[in-house]
Design a protein. Structure first.
Length: 351
């Protein structure tokens, strides 16, 4: 391709994404995460743009609009939103509700709306743009604004500047915004597995001289995962472990007993029910949870457990006893764990 043509093409592409003098299209440098109906926890809301860049609007505990504020490194024309948030109970009788969304944004329409607001003002000169994420239960909206306030700015519009009616007032009727996205997510009374509220990680735990050398879990979607991966709910497993027989000898003289075991987990509905019962038995703030694999001699254990803290720094949660004896305390883990599988491995000759 001719060098001049390449240069011209590059200029046109950059102009279409970063804006030009005519439409003043700007990258947003500021972000808000807010609500219109009370207190929420916004743990993660990733908004991606057409350049492949993204910003996370997971600002934590928020209440009201425009809510929490932060500078962002620059967000252009949005193309996708994915995230998790939860609604805090308004009273002791209400339940905590969790929400998630994973949706494509019409970037072509978003671009036209951004250009409309950029070029709408008669005298006000748009400078730094702000992107705002606003939640109301499972409904999520993304606003784009220049925060032109009539109390100290001239926010009058050019005649005919908004023929499509895209420019609207924000929820507090204090400035103009365009809505780049409006959509509904899923809701649940339980944290969504692998979300920031319920990260489920496969972990291998070594006990004494017994080491798990290989472990594979099959997820509910048939995808196979290894140690350190996140997983929704395992359906089957394959584990290899070994015990060192003479740890006092030198490295070259070590000998091992090798074991392996492959099997299936019980029905997923029953497993998830037990997991939720275990989580509800923990009195405190449940953190990251793990599917733990460990062995003692030929005995293999696969458990589910979670880190849990109280408001007192460093204090661990109390765990209510289970009448069905589904969980118990394991010294190997240093906490209570739900037993998902317990069995004996088959010995085999190692290398």
């Amino acid at each position: 391709m001719d060098r001049a043509l390449i240069t011209l093409t590059t200029v046109l592409v950059l102009t279409s994404f970063t804006g030009c003098a005519d439409n003043k299209l700007l990258m947003a440098k500021f972000g808000n995460a807010g609500t219109t109906d009370g207190r929420y926890s916004i743990r993660e809301i990733m908004v991606s743009d057409t350049s492949g860049w993204f910003s996370d609007f997971g600002y934590g505990a928020v209440s009201g609009y425009p809510g929490a504020y932060a500078t962002i490194s620059g967000l252009g024309i949005p193309t996708h939103v994915k995230g998790h948030w939860s609604k805090n109970p308004e009273s002791t009788t209400d339940s905590l509700v969790y929400y998630r969304i994973d949706s494509v944004i019409d970037s072509t329409l978003a671009l036209e709306k951004m250009k409309a607001l950029n070029n709408a003002y008669e005298n006000f000169e748009p400078s730094d743009a702000t992107v705002q994420v606003v939640v109301d239960k499972g409904h999520l909206r993304i606003f784009y604004t220049f925060n032109c306030f009539d109390s100290y700015d001239d926010c009058s519009k050019k005649e005919g500047s908004d023929p499509n009616g895209w420019i609207v007032r924000n929820p507090t009727d204090s400035t103009d915004v365009v809505v780049l996205f409006s959509g509904n997510g899923e809701s649940s009374l339980r944290p969504f597995p692998t979300s920031p509220y319920d990260k489920r990680i496969i972990r291998a735990v070594n006990v004494g001289e017994t080491v798990v050398s290989e472990a594979t879990f099959q997820d509910v979607d048939s995808v196979k995962h290894q140690v350190s991966d996140q997983i929704v709910l395992p359906t089957a497993f394959s584990v290899i472990w070994r015990k060192k027989l003479n740890p006092e000898d030198g490295f070259s003289d070590w000998q091992f007993d090798n074991y392996q075991l492959t099997g299936d987990f019980p029905a997923q509905d029953m497993m998830e029910e037990s997991i939720q019962a275990y989580r509800n038995a923990m009195v405190g703030y449940v953190k990251t949870s793990t599917f733990d694999i460990f062995a003692e001699e030929e005995n293999l254990f696969i458990t589910y457990s979670a880190a849990c803290l109280t408001e007192k720094v460093g204090e661990r949660c109390k765990v209510t006893e289970d009448p069905q004896k589904r969980w118990r305390y394991f010294d190997e883990l240093g906490r209570y764990a739900l037993v998902l599988f317990e069995g004996k491995g088959q010995q085999f000759a190692g290398e």
